[in-house]
Design a protein around this ligand. Structure first.
Ligand SMILES: O=C(O)CCC(=O)C(=O)O
Ligand SMILES: [Fe+2]
Length: 278
């Protein structure tokens, strides 16, 4: 199983002809940070690429301003590089055939299986710091495919690490972000991998960042503590590396943040080292 070719197809060829084109109905955003679209040939007319402005996930269907509209006629041997979130599509081919190489830059840096009792799926962190959940779709005649279940909103912060934690019937997911925040999500419906609720959010370097306002995390590593007996508490340790030397040195012992996650939603107390949910 090669996930890179399924969940985040990095590159593929497109062939369009008069009866096979993308058309206005395929107006879309790509599942990538940036897309490189190289026209390889051959002879064709029509098939222009139209671009209608960059939008975030929540505003993908908002109005287009006239100054945002850009029509580009493909030229064999030339390439276009655009943001994945730049809304775009291709007009129908009027004659001939067009072949393009599409390279979607969104390589995977980490995959984690969803615990088996919650179905076959994986979480992916991509090199651009985005983070999503994918489910296997098996159809008899077709090769195994991966379908996007949930893309987590990361704003301009990158996800550095994530891990699942299982507490009785509840599935939790903890993610560490480049701005030093840690988010704990809970799955609301065990049968619906897309329904997650943010249960807690905290700063993992809470004392230190007030002194170093611009501190950011460069890497992080999370591990859930093995559960003992029938303990009703779940905890994890988080190690991180920040861009502020003093944080990594002077606060050496604070690099490990320990969080105790109980069964309900409220944060009872927060300190540099411990988060208690009760
Ligand atoms: O046909 C084109 O040039 C654009 C195709 C495209 O945007 C895509 O496949 O994602
Ligand atoms: Fe596209």
């Amino acid at each position: 199983m090669v996930l890179a070719n399924c969940a985040c197809p990095n590159w593929f060829f497109l062939t369009y002809g008069v009866n096979k084109s993308c058309g206005l109905d395929c107006f879309h955003v790509d599942d990538s940070k940036v897309t490189l679209n190289v026209c390889l040939g051959k002879q064709f007319s029509g098939g222009e690429l139209f671009l209608w402005g960059v939008r975030c996930e929540d505003h993908v269907n908002t109005e287009t301003q006239s100054e945002e509209i850009l029509d580009y006629s493909h030229v064999p041997g030339h390439a276009v590089l655009h943001y994945g979130r730049h809304r775009h599509g291709a007009r129908p081919i009027k004659s001939g055939h067009r072949i393009n190489l599409l390279l979607r830059c969104r390589s995977i840096v980490k995959v984690v299986w969803v615990p088996p009792e919650y179905g076959g799926g994986v979480a992916c962190i991509c090199a651009d710091g985005t983070f999503s959940l994918w489910k296997e779709v098996a159809e008899d005649t077709k090769p195994l495919q991966w379908k996007l279940c949930k893309g987590f909103e990361t704003s301009s912060n990158q996800v550095l690490d994530m891990q699942f934690g299982v507490l009785f019937t509840s599935l939790k997911l903890v993610a560490a972000y480049s701005n030093g925040h840690v988010k704990v999500y809970e799955l609301l419906d065990p049968l619906e991998l897309k329904n997650w609720q943010l249960q807690a959010e905290f700063q993992n370097v809470i004392d230190s960042t007030s002194n170093f306002a611009k501190a950011a995390c460069l890497s992080a590593s999370i591990s859930w503590t093995p559960q003992r007996g029938d303990s009703q508490q779940l905890s994890f340790v988080l190690g991180f590396n920040s861009n502020v030397m003093q944080l990594n040195f002077a606060k050496n012992t604070d690099e490990i943040t320990k969080a105790i996650i109980g069964t309900s939603n409220a944060i009872a107390s927060v300190s540099a080292k411990s988060i208690f949910l009760s």
